[in-house]
Design a protein around this ligand. Structure first.
Ligand SMILES: CC(C)(COP(=O)(O)OP(=O)(O)OC[C@H]1O[C@@H](n2cnc3c(N)ncnc32)[C@H](O)[C@@H]1OP(=O)(O)O)[C@@H](O)C(=O)NCCC(=O)NCCS
Length: 186
């Protein structure tokens, strides 16, 4: 799906949709990437009890091994359903190969086909700017719990729509009990 990268010994990673059979490995990757502190983060509160969007959940696979994962969660921003990016994680010994960017790009491309206006995340602007995210004006949106305003980033999926995103960021509807594992950002 995404441009694969030739790695050592000619191995190639590929990005594909996450399958149910990947879930345990993805949970383990998020646990090792973010540690127990992930449960205390603002983003986790938004994911708790809400299922990730399957059509926007991607994994990078190489020789049957999981290299990275990205998921997106539905959130409400000022009453409208939008997207929260993350967790995004790449195996420690596989970083710097372009996997993280390719995973995000796959998710963003898929999200453009949907009804959402924009994607929010809490993270490092220099990294996420590589796929088009930029800082929101301070105070424009309010996450639950303390969040560094300089780390609130957004990407418009429809021309200019991000400019209109504002208000409280809340959980989307509660699904059946699920493990919102790996509050990667926030
Ligand atoms: C962040 C993460 C997903 C990046 O994955 P990756 O596959 O190494 O990223 P890519 O190879 O696609 O991109 C690497 C590039 O991004 C840069 N980069 C990585 N993390 C960055 C950061 N936090 N801030 C700025 N630049 C960053 C690298 O320097 C590199 O730049 P270059 O291409 O100019 O050399 C990975 O390091 C990771 O899983 N970290 C732990 C979990 C985490 O922090 N997730 C993000 C939560 S905010």
């Amino acid at each position: 799906m995404n441009a694969p990268s030739t790695g050592e010994l000619g191995a190639i990673w590929q990005v594909r949709l996450e399958a149910p059979a990947d879930a345990a490995q993805v949970a383990a990757l998020n646990a090792e990437s973010f540690g127990p502190g992930r449960f205390a983060k603002s983003a986790y509160r938004l994911r708790e009890g809400v299922a990730p969007i399957a059509a926007l959940s991607f994994v990078a696979i190489e020789k049957d091994a999981l290299r990275g994962s990205v998921r997106f969660w539905p959130i409400k921003v000022g009453g409208h359903e939008e997207l929260l990016l993350g967790p995004l994680a790449v195996k420690g010994d596989q970083r710097g190969r372009g996997i993280g960017i390719a995973l995000m790009q796959a998710g963003i491309d898929a999200a453009r086909q949907g009804p959402w206006r924009g994607i929010l995340l809490v993270g490092d602007e220099p990294y996420y700017a590589k796929v088009g995210f930029s800082r929101l004006p301070p105070g424009r949106v309010k996450f639950p719990g303390p969040v560094d305003q300089n780390r609130i980033l957004g990407l418009s999926l429809k021309s200019g729509e991000l400019l209109t995103l504002s208000g409280e960021v809340r959980r989307a509807q509660i699904d059946e009990p699920v493990c919102a594992d790996g509050a990667g950002v926030g």
